[in-house]
Design a protein. Structure first.
Lengths: 144, 144
């Protein structure tokens, strides 16, 4: 039940990514190219997604608990620190170089294009290596 | 050059928002592509991997459903070479892991909850991507 529901939700997300143009790196890079071939479309993607999510989340939280789970699993981190800002800068740098973000690239995999596979392989490598370094640091005793 | 598509982008954004709202309402989970992908490789506990894989399967099969109705895959053109895709993918993977999220997690779900962390992250990665594309296309002069 939960797996069928989440599969369908992934499908809705992927169709949204395709329809919106977020699946297309040429369009994403043109959105960033304000001084050149600017295509403002992606501001509308963010706008549409934010309006629906802001209203829908309020309704979801009003229920007190999700339909298929006991509690909502919301992110607990609240610190605005160098890791948040530095990480987001590194993400923005990579996004500007390649034109794919994770949510755009995963549905794009379904087109079967080799370029997408290359990006996603590098993405997964970056995630797993960083996770391993962070976990090792968290486990190691602090040096004085 | 990509054409300005305000209506398709707004509707696609609304679908992305709908997916985020459904995932929260049903499973109590934030729809962050980074978190979903990371957890599929490194689940946080028993029963944590299945829904992620189902969600990813939905995302990846979306272009196939699109082709069934539209007759062709969604428009996707990659204006950068394999080296840029590999370096960009690595940087995105490192950045989203350090920064704790990407466009969907911070930019849609976090912003919709008015999370200060997500607002800072989103402004940072958007600004960095814009500067990156400006430098690549207009300072270094690499045109797609």
């Amino acid at each position: 039940m939960k797996l069928v529901a989440t599969y369908l939700i992934g499908l809705v997300f992927g169709l949204g990514i395709a329809l919106s143009g977020m699946i297309n790196p040429a369009k994403v890079l043109n959105f960033f190219d304000i001084a050149g071939t600017w295509d403002p479309s992606l501001a509308f993607v963010m706008g549409g997604a934010l309006i629906v999510t802001a209203i829908g989340y309020r309704l979801a939280f009003r229920r007190g608990r999700p339909v298929l789970d006991r509690t909502f699993h919301l992110p607990k981190a609240s610190a605005i620190d160098a890791r948040l800002v530095g990480g987001s800068m590194i993400f923005g740098l990579g996004w500007g170089i390649a034109g794919f973000c994770p949510g755009g690239a995963l549905p794009a995999l379904g087109t079967g294009r080799g370029e997408v596979l290359l990006f996603v392989a590098a993405l997964v490598a970056g995630i797993l290596v960083t996770r391993a370094v962070l976990d090792r640091r968290a486990a190691a005793p602090r040096r004085a | 050059m990509t054409s300005f598509t305000p209506f398709a982008s707004l509707a696609g954004g609304a679908l992305i928002g709908l997916a985020a709202v459904l995932l929260m309402t049903l499973a109590g989970r934030v729809f962050g592509a980074t978190g979903v992908l990371t957890g599929a490789f490194l689940p946080t506990g028993p029963g944590d991997r299945g829904w992620r894989l189902a969600l990813l399967a939905g995302m990846v099969t979306a272009p196939l459903l699109w082709r069934l109705f539209a007759g062709a895959m969604p428009a996707l053109s990659v204006p950068v070479g394999p080296l840029a895709l590999a370096i960009g993918g690595l940087l995105v993977g490192v950045g989203v892991t350090l920064g704790g999220g990407c466009t969907s997690g911070h930019g849609v779900c976090g912003m919709a909850r008015l999370s200060p962390r997500s607002i800072v992250a989103t402004l940072t990665f958007l600004a960095t991507a814009i500067v990156t594309v400006y430098v690549i296309r207009h300072v270094i002069g690499v045109q797609p």
